[in-house]
Design a protein around this ligand. Sequence first.
Ligand SMILES: *[C@@H]1O[C@H](CO)[C@@H](O)[C@H](O)[C@H]1NC(C)=O
Ligand SMILES: *[C@@H]1O[C@H](CO)[C@@H](O)[C@H](O)[C@H]1NC(C)=O
Ligand SMILES: *[C@@H]1O[C@H](CO)[C@@H](O)[C@H](O)[C@H]1NC(C)=O
Length: 338
Amino acid sequence: MTAIVTLPSFLSLLFFILLLSSNPLPVSSIVCNHDDKKVLLSIKAAFSNSNHFASWTDESSCCEWSNVVCDGESGRVMELNFFDADFHGSIPDAIGDLSYIHSIVFYKLPNVVGPLPSAISKLKNLVYLAIRETNISGPVPDFLSELTALNQLDLSFNRLSGSIPASLGDLRSLTSLDLSGNQLSGTIPPSLFQKNSTTEPPSLRLAHNHLTGEIPPAFGKVGFFEIDLSQNQLTGDGSFLFGRSKPTGTIDLSRNQFEFDLTHVEFPEAMNTVKLNENKIHGSIPAQITKLGSLRSFNVSHNDLCGEIPCGGEMGRFDESCYLHNKCLCGKPLPPCK
Ligand SMILES: *[C@@H]1O[C@H](CO)[C@@H](O)[C@H](O)[C@H]1NC(C)=O
Ligand SMILES: *[C@@H]1O[C@H](CO)[C@@H](O)[C@H](O)[C@H]1NC(C)=O
Ligand SMILES: *[C@@H]1O[C@H](CO)[C@@H](O)[C@H](O)[C@H]1NC(C)=O
């Protein structure tokens, strides 16, 4: 399951944020910016003044409030981090007035609903935006492309629908885009990660949507760190995502309708996860797979593959469920070839 694979990295990020939040400075010494405080109080009101916001009182400095991190010198709000709470309501336009904020996290908030407010596009310092496992709905808005500083965008496991806006390709600093677990349809825009201004290899997760069409050929030139397109209705070739010199660790194309020949694919040397199960992939498994010292997950079951399964290297890790239901694969852990 995609959720399980991507969660550890997300949790370590949360941990990192929590570390940052445990600011060694005595928070009472930080004078909260007056304008930011007004904005936060209107966010509290938008969520019906739920008990979750009990520490958000007029009398105290907003830098002492739960879920708020201020800059120690300016008293400007830099982070807003909400996790695991049951408050109700939609994200208000007021959030767009936290002009200095660089990180916003809304995580596991089942009663946060409604669309993303367009006022979010005013946040020119926003580097990290994660609205994950909530019930926000509507499209992935075009105006997100105006968040010019954005490095990571995670809108996974919500109820977003419609197509992925091509304008997300304008986010030159973006290194991680996760739109998994929504109801997105249409094709993958070829513009994504084509204007990168960072040298960091990008991660793209679009798993578990209703995407159709082919992988944009332009993705063959992007050296992804991770690409997860599993559980969609994608078709055509996926072989060009591979390549010996790429920095790629994870390629998950499982549960689609990809149709290509695996025989001459060269796996990136750092590859640790290759999931191709439940497609229409033909040819044979390249022997080079046995040279991958970091390989931990490999699944090609439910395809049209043929020939002997290469042995050696890390191949002993994978049981027969990783090979079953192919045309004529044979050899360990399946019955011997005739
Ligand atoms: C969305 O709301 C429904 C019920 O209203 C709930 O069952 C579901 O868990 C919510 N989704 C998320 C991701 O929190
Ligand atoms: C953009 O990404 C490509 C491949 O991922 C990389 O080779 C290139 O150096 C990057 N561009 C810049 C400007 O760093
Ligand atoms: C490999 O994929 C098949 C089909 O999707 C699945 O049933 C099986 O559990 C997977 N094996 C492993 C070890 O994940």
